[in-house]
Design a protein. Structure first.
Lengths: 400, 204, 372
């Protein structure tokens, strides 16, 4: 038996009987199909376009195309004052506006070198962690949709709605808050806010258990994500991954611990990494589990913050806000742990202007997405959907 | 082999658990969560049951400090133009006319007793552009510009999204402008006259 | 057996109430030499499919899914949104009937038709009541299993004719899935046929009647009858492309699968076919394992519940109720579970369902031979 490769006709398996060649099996001449997935596709989470080269259902190559949601964030920042950048940062990762504001605020505060009242720090951490839970709820819910489970998504959104209500109560807006300002907060939280947040924590714990019973523990869900899209830790580091993605690969890296900012060093919380018992380290399930565990940790952080919160007496949330922000010439890079990873701002000031000369956002989604090509090679189309979902991209941050 | 049967078993058990949860929710559908706002004391009273609302008829109340539609109380506006400068997306358009000295009383004072020095014939806010960041409201010295909790103000025509807050009619504007121009020309003429006199004096 | 006399009254007295009386009377009804009765027989399931998919299929599913997800569901059109489906139909009627420029027009148009015919033809052998069956074939069950395969042709025609890559994927997946799942489904139904000893749908039903109600159903006929019952139920989910086996129309992967390009009435026809097959498999499972039109209520002493609740009209009620129950379970599963992947679907079919179907086949045969 031997194999002949006839040009363009695929491989042909033949055998020789005395002198005649008998064709045993002949593959049909096949060619690969280009499949444009997106920008209008239900599971590309916005306007991501993936150009896939497919061999049947197997993807041989997938190339992400970006830029459909580009809004010139960095150029906009160069044309507005420092405080006016804050509403724009909301629109980067619109699912976690508080965290983006937080990252920007601590960066500018680093540049200005100002002291922040302690109560402001506590409130900032509470709202940021609430928003982290909201963002992870969207991630987990939409991941369920990607894998065909619609109900967990609505349960997630039901609980996220409560968080949005709480944040609206505090800041006045539901998604695009402009609450964390450089040097302080727009307002102090309402009188009953902390009590209601505590009630929310008590409300949410059983709901999170229910969610995990419905989705995470479901055998079909586990089978769909277990061992899919494995990213080894060293490759993940080389790609510059951060956040739940990197922790999913087993690297214990959390900026709240490794490059602490605000009051995080005083708080007691774990950095969850997969233990290899429930999942293969670095696969889609690990990333999903890390998000689910992080929600628990965020709840813990919120509870501690409420307990340790300094009193509101004589407190002015705007007391440390500079009248006019005009940093001395220099540059700064500040970063914070966003729900999706490290969001960093690089800001350059010329010392004369009230506007940043350069404001570059290091977006976690963009960096995480860059590994798409590696991750998707040789996967099936349903697995590709699972992988995109596990990366949990927000196109607003990818394209900026 | 045991793995094979184990898989079937976990599959069956977890599917049954999931179905139990959805069935529980199905029977919980006799309850409704209602439209309590998050600032309501009883917000977490009813946590099970249907949580959606029939929007135009049932609304989740927006809190009192919610920042939605921008509103300008023009009676208090002194026409300083801080908001126009602060707005990151320039959605506020403003025109001012200096108040003639004899019109000061007619122009009036703000509610906290500050004399207004400008007529504001044009104060247009394009709420379609406005991103409700609230920066303009924080710079406003008289706190006459603020966000209201009115969240739903959709329109069929985009030009209706341009909100006019100017408090002068076109004729009045024209009159004020003319008056100011007259005063200015008078002042200019006086100045020139004085300058000419000064020149004459110098020559002498 | 076929001479069994049904004791209760039936509404069309004129037609009598013995077995197949209504359908026989209709079949013999000619008007101006035209077999109008046959047309009516064919129209009854059609009207039934249309009515049921309009009410329970679409509106019911939307409400059930809404309640499972803590939502209200449609509420605007009519009281509690009852008229929502009518509004949807009106919308679909008004829609432009688009045939994509690069589509294979013949296949594109014919696809939904074949799909619907495939699911509709199986209704011919479904006994809707002791007195009504479209075609009283002695190979009724075999016909029902076989004719469903025509749907595959329709799906392939629709997917291929759309000239859309997603549709093609959906069609190919669908064909692979349906063809594979026919095997465990057929073997599981064979277990039922073995217990009955016949393929005639009416006879299968009659064999399950008796004064103890549900105790006579084939599900309780042998200690392993639950296994083919379960296998057929799972396989039938795959055959009608319901979740968790809805990979041919997996909306998060393939946009909408083989009907991505369809709009307007063609889309409605595809949906009608889907709801038709949903009821069809639910009716088959209730006929083969749960007694079809027999009442599940037993006679308790002098309280002859079983006798009171049997008869042609009651029969129609029971079979439709049983069918609706299984459709409810289908919906319940759909709104609970994630979707399987293609290879897992095949794993489930070939490595789990098919061996177990064979085991149950052999065990049923052994039971039938050595039954105490």
């Amino acid at each position: 038996m031997q194999e002949l490769d006839t040009a363009g006709l695929g491989s042909v398996r033949v055998t020789r009987k005395s002198d005649t060649v008998v064709i045993l099996e002949k593959d049909l001449a096949t060619e690969q199909m280009v499949l444009a997935m997106g920008p209008q596709h239900p599971s590309t989470h916005g306007v991501l376009k993936l150009e896939c080269l497919t061999d049947g259902e197997v993807i041989t190559q997938a190339e992400p195309y970006l830029g459909y949601l580009h809004r010139c964030f960095e150029k906009c920042c160069e044309n507005v004052d420092y405080p006016a950048v804050v509403p724009y940062t909301d629109r980067l990762d619109y699912l976690a506006g508080m965290n983006s504001e937080f990252a920007y605020a601590i960066t500018v505060e680093k540049l200005l070198d100002i002291e922040i009242p302690r109560r402001v720090e506590f409130i900032r951490v509470i709202v940021a962690e609430l928003n982290r839970i909201a963002s992870h709820l969207v991630a987990i819910g939409t991941y369920g949709i990607d894998l065909g489970a619609f109900t967990p998504f609505l349960f997630c959104f039901r609980d996220r709605e409560i968080i949005l209500g709480l944040l609206e109560w505090a800041s006045g807006a539901r998604m695009l808050y402009n609450y964390i300002w450089v040097g302080g907060l727009a307002y102090d939280v309402p009188a009953d806010f902390l009590k209601r947040v505590k009630e929310f924590v008590n409300y949410f714990r059983p709901k999170a258990v229910e969610l995990s019973e419905l989705l995470t523990e479901n055998e079909i869900f586990v089978k769909r994500t277990f061992g899919i899209g494995i990213m080894p830790a060293d490759v993940a580091i080389n790609y510059g991954w951060s956040g739940p993605m990197l922790r999913g690969s087993g690297v214990k890296w959390d900026l709240r611990r490794n490059d602490p900012y605000s009051i995080y060093p005083e708080l007691d919380f774990k950095v969850p990494v997969p233990d290899g018992k429930h999942s293969v380290i670095g696969d889609c399930l690990s990333r999903h589990l890390v998000r689910a565990w992080e929600m628990d940790e965020s709840l813990k952080i919120i509870e501690q913050c409420i307990d340790k919160m300094p009193s509101a007496e004589g407190f002015n949330s705007r007391s440390a806000i500079p009248k006019r922000i005009r940093p001395k010439a220099g540059e700064v890079y500040g970063r914070a742990e966003n729900p999706r990873g490290e969001l960093g701002f690089y800001i350059e000031s010329d010392g004369k202007s009230t506007k940043p000369v350069r404001c570059k956002a290091r977006s976690s989604c963009f960096v995480n997405l860059s590994a798409m090509k590696d991750l998707s090679k040789g996967q099936l189309i349903p697995d590709l959907v699972a992988i995109i979902g596990s990366i949990d991209i927000v196109l607003g941050e990818v394209d900026r | 082999m045991s793995e094979y049967f184990g898989n079937i078993k976990t599959g069956a058990v977890t599917i049954a658990t999931g179905m139990g949860i959805t069935l529980k929710h199905f029977f919980n559908a006799i309850h409704r969560k209602g439209d309590a706002g998050v600032d309501d004391v009883d917000y977490f009273r009813q946590v099970d049951g249907l949580c959606t609302l029939q929007y135009p008829r049932e609304v989740i109340p927006t809190p009192a400090n919610a920042r939605y539609r921008l509103y300008n109380n023009i009676d208090d506006c002194i026409g300083c133009g801080q908001c126009v400068r602060a707005c990151p997306i320039s959605c506020i358009e403003m025109e001012t006319i200096k108040v003639a000295p004899d019109d000061m009383a007619a122009c009036g004072k703000t509610s906290d007793g500050q004399q207004k020095k400008f007529w504001v014939p044009v104060f247009d806010i394009d709420v379609a552009k406005c991103m409700t960041c609230g920066i303009c409201t924080t710079v406003c010295p008289t706190e006459c510009l603020y966000h209201t909790p009115v969240a739903d103000f959709s329109e069929f025509d985009r030009s209706n999204m341009l909100y006019h807050f100017g408090n002068l009619t076109r004729l009045e504007t024209e009159a004020k402008r003319q008056k100011l121009a007259e005063i200015q020309t008078k002042a200019l003429a006086e100045k020139e006259k004085k300058a000419a006199e000064a020149r004459l004096e110098k020559k002498d | 057996m076929s001479t069994m006399v049904i004791s209760q009254f039936s509404i069309p007295f004129l037609m009598g109430n013995s077995l197949n009386a209504w359908s026989d009377a209709l079949a013999g009804f000619y008007l101006f030499g035209l077999p109008l009765g046959l047309v009516i027989i064919a129209a009854i399931p059609l009207v039934f499919i249309a009515l049921y998919s309009l009410t329970y299929g679409v509106y019911g599913e939307r409400k059930i899914s809404a309640f499972m997800q803590d939502r209200l569901g449609p509420m605007e059109v009519g009281k509690w949104g009852i008229l929502q489906t009518i509004a949807d139909i009106l919308k679909l009627l008004q829609k432009e009937d688009i045939v994509p420029a690069s589509a294979d027009k013949f296949l594109f148009v014919v696809g939904p038709g074949i799909l619907f015919v495939g699911s509709f033809l199986a209704f011919a052998v479904l006994p809707f009541s002791p007195a009504f069956i479209g075609a009283s074939l002695n190979v009724g069950l075999f016909f029902a299993i076989g004719i469903v395969a025509i749907e595959v042709v329709g799906i392939l025609a629709a997917g291929w004719g759309s000239n859309n890559k997603w549709s093609l994927y959906g069609a190919v997946r669908s064909v692979a899935q349906i063809v594979s799942y026919e095997i465990p489904a057929a073997i599981a139904l064979l277990c039922g046929a073995m217990m009955a000893g016949t393929l005639d749908m009416q006879k299968i039903n009659i064999l399950q009647s008796g004064s103890y109600g549900f105790a006579h159903f084939f599900l309780f006929h042998s200690p392993i009858a639950w296994l083919p019952f379960l296998i057929y139920f799972i396989a039938s989910l795959a055959e009608v492309n319901r979740a968790p086996f809805d990979i041919p129309e997996a909306e998060s992967e393939l946009v909408a699968g083989y009907f991505t390009e369809y709009s307007g009435m063609k889309f409605a026809v595809i949906f009608l076919a889907e709801y038709g097959s949903m009821f069809m498999v639910s009716a088959i499972i209730s006929i083969v394992f749960l007694g079809g039109w027999n009442s599940p209520l037993p006679n308790i002493g002098s309280v002859a519940l079983n006798d009171w609740t049997n008869g042609p009209v009651w029969g129609a009620f029971w079979i439709i109720t049983k069918g609706f129950f299984f459709i409810f379970v289908q919906m319940w599963l759909r709104w609970t579970l994630p979707r399987l992947r293609v290879d897992q679907l095949m794993y489930l079919c070939w490595k789990v369902l098919t061996p177990f179907a064979f085991i149950s086949f052999v065990l049923t045969a052994v039971w039938e031979i050595y039954r105490p």
